[in-house]
Each structure stands twice: as C-alpha cells, then as structure tokens.
Ligand binder design. Structure first.
Ligand code: UN1
Length: 478
C-alpha cells in the first residue's frame, strides 16, 4: 500500500504535523492511504498571519505578475494532468475519464482568471460638484478563507483560488479531508509556478480547522462549498464578525421530462445528471419528473441504460461509475436509500441498499412512482440515487420542480419553445438546463442557486469579481 504523508503549507514552507485523519482509496483500501495532520487554531492563526503579511506585497506585484503566475499554474496543471487525474481517481473514487476532464477544467479556470486579472475595469465619472471627479475602483478584499469539498477536488479549489489571486487577494484554504492529497498536489503546483509565498496557504483538517478559519479576525471574507449544515455554520460565523460570505450547498435538483421530448436523448440527459460521477455533484438530478403519457417507456429505457453502465475500478477506462468517496458516505447513502425502499408507494426499479457491494461501491438506484411526501423529494442524496415522479402535465410537473426549499439547477426536456420559455421564467433555480443535464456546468459563466442551495455573490466567470473585490469610491479635485 502506498502511504502519502501530507503537510500543511504556510508562507511557502511545508509544516509537518502528527497525522490524525486518514483517507483510503474508496475502490480498494489496500491501495492507498493518505495520512493527514490537523491544523489547530494556533496553526490556522499562523496561516492567516502569513496571508495578511503577503497581502500588500502580492497586490503590489501588479496585475501582469498575477496574470503570469495564474497562467503558469494552468500550464503546470496541464503538464501534470495524467498524474493528477490518477491521484484524484485513487483518492476520491472519481473515474479516470471524469478526473481528467476535471483537471482540464481546473487548468482552464486558471487561464480564464489569468485574463481577468488584466481586466479589472473601474469607472471614472464627473462629480456633481463642478471641477471634481469620481473614480470607482474594484480593490481586493484582503485575506479570503476558503473551504472546499472532495467531489471536485481540483476544480472547486481552482474556482475559488484563481479569482481570489486574480483580484489581488491572499488565501487561507482548507481542502476536504477526503481530498487533501489532491489539495496538496495543487498547492505544490501553485508554489512551483512561483505564486508569491504566503499568497496561498493550505491548512489541513476537518470541521474544527474550518471553524478556526471562519472565526479568525484576520480573515476578510469566507467562501465555502459543501453541506447545508456546515454552510449555515460558516454564515453564522461570518455574520458574527460582519464579513462577506458565499456558501454553495446542496440541491434536490429536478429534471422535468415532457411527452414532446426526444425520448432517447431525455433518457441520456437523466442518466448523466443522476448517475455519472456516482451522483456526487451538488447539481445532480435526484428528481426525474416525467409526464405520465411517456413514463412507462421512459423508465423502461432508463433502466436498460443504467444496466449497461459498468460499476468498477475508477482507474479502469471501461468503468462508467466509480465508488462513493468514503465508507461514511456509503453508510449515509445506504441509510437514505433504505428509507426510500421502506417508504410505502415508491417502487425500487434498479439497485438499492440490499445489493452488497465491496468497498465504497453503491449500485445506481432508481425508484418509480415516487411522491412529493417521499424523503427523496425533499432531502439531498449525494449519491447515485434518483426517483421518477409521474405527473399528468407540464403544469403539475413545474409545481413539483418548485416544491423544494433548494433551487440550484433545474432541467427541462422538451421540443417546445412555449414550455421552455415558460420554464425559464417560472422554474425556481439559479441554473436552468433546457435539454441538458442538471449537472455539468461551464466555468466562464456565473454558478449558483436560490433558496437553501446558495448564499451570497455568485461564483465563477465574470461574476466572481463581486465577491473577490470591494468597491472603492474616490473623489478627486485638482
Ligand atoms: C458541475 O455540475 O459540473 O459541488 C459542477 C458541486 C458543485 C459543482 C458542480 N459546486 O457539485
């Protein structure tokens, strides 16, 4: 078994610590163990001090130096793409193909923000007082605390770290304890690319380390992606100290399939959204809402297509679906699926918790005839579990899409302009997908939801500027 011993990364130095947490290859625990030290509040304070100390100097390096550094990170990610993808597959169970795609996306995000660093456009207006001028500038906020999840172990850190640096901020970052080796690999690339030491500091650990970042008075803004429960704690900590916060959390995303759709492509859309990446995407489809007239044919075809998908070793290129990320996730998803299986009404058509699979594998699981009162209608299941809800028509389907406290991504499969226009207007979600899966988003446009899914300014694309800068208004008279 390979053992990777990790260290924190503060002010350009590796800081060792006693390993207190471990992550194993979820497809084969005998293959890889990642040994993780845990940063306590004192070590987090050192990381914040390093980021504070680097802040002014980093900003004053200027936009071209920042842009060049981000571009170098992008090329190094590309140069190491095979080895990064293998590490992601072994550490988190993501299939090699998905992992490669994610690594490429992370590189593109760094390239995108290398460009954005050169385009921090301000405004200059005449003052209402004759002879005076007003300038509006977008200045860095300072030290940004970032907490990232394991399901996109390099792309989500990329879409938080790259804009933070592009706009001149410095960072204290904690990757998930389930993807810390990937985090450390990205950190090594950031250092090798010559990003100023102290501009990005990585502390490892779990909830307490995250809490120490959130409550540290030197942190000027908090960006979090993860669970609903932790997101709330991050917001409370930010409110307590009065700093900016953005939290990206879950979804119980719905795909509404109308009878006028192209059935085969709607099935592929549902399959991709619900089961690829083992359903471990906050944008994954868990509610597939189908017009009754085509529901039998849809469920039959979807079941067939699921059966054609191979569950297996993420490193094997023939594998479509890998394991869940950890034993803990498997227990959670099994419990949630079992609750659905026991629930009167909904029928299990595929998979389920009774299938005893090795390691962290969980079978793709599909229910039919689910009702609005079933657990899966309201609670996020972060795994390959989805349910078909049958509805009489578009109106009933739209009402069901909107019957959720979440609102991240909502999809519609239809051939009708009338329904897609109506859906765009009335579906309650931050991201709408017409004839596309609810999951799988672009990096150059805003990302985020409404309701319990997201809080604060949007991430990604040009929208990232709103979170990573503050607006400064200067009055000038010669
Ligand atoms: C995607 O659907 O491509 O944690 C990205 C997540 C989201 C990212 C989804 N923040 O799953």
């Amino acid at each position: 078994m390979q053992v990777i011993e990790l260290s924190h990364h503060i002010g350009g130095e590796l800081v060792a610590g006693e390993a207190q947490l471990a992550q194993y290859n979820p497809a084969d625990a005998t293959d890889l163990k990642v040994a993780i030290p845990v940063a306590d509040a004192a070590l987090v304070a050192k990381a914040v001090a390093s980021a504070e100390e680097a802040f002014g100097r980093f900003r004053d390096q200027g936009i071209e130096a920042r842009s060049d550094a981000l571009a170098r990170v992008a090329s190094l990610i590309n140069a190491q793409s095979d080895e990064l993808a293998r590490l992601i597959a072994r550490e988190t169970g993501k299939t090699l193909g998905d992992a490669k795609g994610e690594v490429g996306r992370a590189a593109r995000i760094f390239s995108f923000f290398a460009g954005e660093a050169l385009r921090i456009v301000g405004e200059r207006l005449e003052s209402t007082r004759n002879g005076a001028m007003v300038e509006i500038e977008y200045a860095p906020k300072g030290v940004i605390g970032q907490i990232t999840p394991w399901n996109f172990p390099i792309a989500i850190p990329a879409w938080k770290i790259a804009p933070a640096l592009a706009f001149g901020n410095t960072v204290v970052w904690k990757p998930s304890e389930l993807s810390s080796a990937t985090g450390a690999a990205l950190m090594a690339i950031i250092a090798k690319a010559g990003v100023m030491p102290g501009a990005v500091n990585m502390v490892l650990g779990a909830g307490e380390t995250g809490a120490a970042i959130c409550s540290h008075p030197g942190v000027d803004a908090l960006s979090f992606t993860g669970s609903v429960a932790t997101g709330k704690k991050v917001r409370m900590a930010a409110a307590e100290r009065g700093v900016a916060v953005q939290t990206e959390m879950g979804g119980v995303n719905a795909l509404l399939v109308l009878k006028d759709c192209d059935l085969n492509s709607a099935v592929e859309t549902a399959l991709n959204g619900a089961f690829l990446a083992a359903g471990q995407r906050c944008t994954a489809t868990s509610r597939i809402i189908v017009e009754e007239a085509i529901a039998d044919a849809f469920v039959e075809r979807l079941s067939l297509r699921i059966s054609e998908h191979r569950l297996g070793d993420p490193l094997d290129t023939g594998t479509h679906i890998g394991p869940l990320a950890s034993k803990g996730q498997k227990e959670l998803i099994s419990r949630q699926s079992a609750a659905m299986e026991r629930h009167p009404g909904a029928q299990l058509v595929f998979g389920g918790s009774a299938e005893a699979l090795p390691e962290c594998f969980f079978a793709p699981t599909l229910f039919d005839h689910a009702k609005a009162t079933d657990p899966i209608a309201q609670e996020e299941i972060f795994g390959p579990v989805a349910a078909v809800f049958r509805v009489a028509d578009y109106e009933a389907g739209l009402a069901m899409v909107n019957d959720s406290r979440f609102g991240l991504s909502a999809g519609l499969c239809t051939g009708s302009l009338k329904y897609s226009e109506h859906f765009k207007r009335y579906a309650r979600a931050g991201m709408l997908m017409i004839n596309l899966p609810t999951a799988g988003i672009d990096y150059h446009v805003p990302f985020g939801g409404v309701g319990a899914s997201s809080y604060g300014a949007r991430e990604q694309g040009r929208a990232a500027k709103a979170f990573y800068t503050h607006t400064r208004t200067t009055y000038l008279k010669a």
